[in-house]
Design a protein around this ligand. Structure first.
Ligand SMILES: Nc1ncnc2c1ncn2[C@@H]1O[C@H](COP(=O)(O)OP(=O)(O)OP(=O)(O)O)[C@@H](O)[C@H]1O
Length: 251
């Protein structure tokens, strides 16, 4: 059963089930994210957090349920509707996946020109602003291999934002980085959270970051949200024994 979404809901999962073979990874999952909010998914390894982001990117399909984004339906839906709805969503992955043969500026302008049909000049203008936002305005002419992992990840953030998504999905974006590069990337994301109205849905093992940027934290276990609330509530006064155990192990 799926109720009508409330007006400012940007993402809504209604009774979403995802199985890989016999493994039920998401089990009748229901949750929603309101426009402009920063929501963090936490929980044990294998609890289905990344699968949620991959469903939103349409990299995998659910077995059952309804997924809505910005008033449109991502599942079930026809190809045309999926293409339209997907335009609202940008994602930054653990691995940066930049185009190795293109310089930094071109990495950021390529999709807006090709997919959105933006003029090259407008895309370049916007890309320069975004590279400034991620602290890389002096690197626009270099190739990704000449950058540190942290700098590459900041280019990947600029590239995702260049598509003007309403929601930015962040999947453990610092987990492939050397420890000394993590803070720079998280600072950029904190800035974006503070200075833009973009909606964020993050999977992270960086609990201090989750505490800093989140409006809401959703605690996952075995494919379900077992507890949700403000970071103060979840981190300082969790209700569920599994949440206490999890936080005890990671904090
Ligand atoms: N393409 C796939 N094929 C088969 N099983 C998969 C696939 N993708 C994910 N799984 C399984 O789904 C479960 C949930 O994986 P998922 O990556 O969503 O968990 P997670 O909570 O993000 O974990 P982690 O914190 O370790 O990244 C795991 O048991 C995983 O092995």
């Amino acid at each position: 059963m799926s109720a009508d979404p409330t007006p400012n809901e940007l993402i809504r999962f209604d009774n979403v089930t995802k199985r890989f073979g016999d493994n039920t990874v998401l089990d009748n999952l229901c949750f929603s994210v309101r426009s402009g909010k920063h929501v963090t998914l936490i929980g044990p390894s294998g609890s289905g957090k990344t699968t949620i982001l991959r469903l939103l990117m349409t990299l995998v399909k659910p077995d059952e349920g309804v997924i809505r984004v910005n008033g449109g339906q991502l599942f079930p839906a026809g190809e045309k509707e999926v293409r339209e709805v997907r335009k609202n969503i940008g994602m930054v992955f653990q691995q940066f996946n930049l185009f190795p043969n293109m310089n930094v500026l071109r990495n950021v302008t390529e999709a807006p020109v090709r997919v959105l049909g933006m003029s090259k000049d407008e895309a370049a203008e916007r890309a320069k602003g975004l590279l400034d936002l991620v602290g890389l305005s002096d690197k626009q002419d270099v190739k990704p291999t000449q950058l540190s992992g942290g700098q590459q990840q900041r280019v990947a953030i600029a590239r995702a934002l260049a598509m003007r998504p309403q929601v930015l999905l962040l999947d453990e974006v610092t987990s492939a980085l050397d420890p000394e590069l993590v803070a720079g990337v998280l600072d950029v994301l904190r800035d974006i959270a503070r200075t833009t109205d973009i909606t964020m849905l993050c999977v992270t093992h960086e609990m201090n970051f989750a505490r800093d940027i989140s409006d809401d934290v959703l605690m996952f276990d075995a494919g379900r949200v077992i507890e949700s609330g403000s970071p103060e509530k979840i981190f300082n006064d969790p209700e569920h024994e599994r949440t206490r155990e999890f936080l005890g192990a990671v904090l």
